[in-house]
Design a protein. Structure first.
Length: 82
């Protein structure tokens, strides 16, 4: 297939991505210590979630799409309102 868009905004390596169950939002986690939420249709950044003190290595939405979990080298898992 062809590329639909390129999401740019992280300042370091992107380590994890996850689509929300409804497919409308994409979450990305990065070595820049942030989690970003993106509009999957337009590629626009919706928000940047800050709170980790080290690299974010994983992101995953709850089945209902209301909560996002992120894991980090800072030895924490954080839960976010998605």
């Amino acid at each position: 297939g062809s590329q639909m868009c390129s999401l740019e905004g992280h300042t370091k390596l992107v380590s994890s991505v996850s689509f929300a169950p409804d497919g409308k939002t994409l979450a990305s986690g990065s070595y820049d210590k942030t989690v970003k939420l993106w509009d999957a249709a337009s590629g626009a950044q919706k928000s940047s979630l800050e709170g980790h003190t080290n690299r974010v290595t994983s992101v995953s939405f709850a089945p209902d799409g209301k909560t996002l979990a992120s894991g980090s080298y800072d030895k924490t898992v954080k839960l976010w309102d998605a």
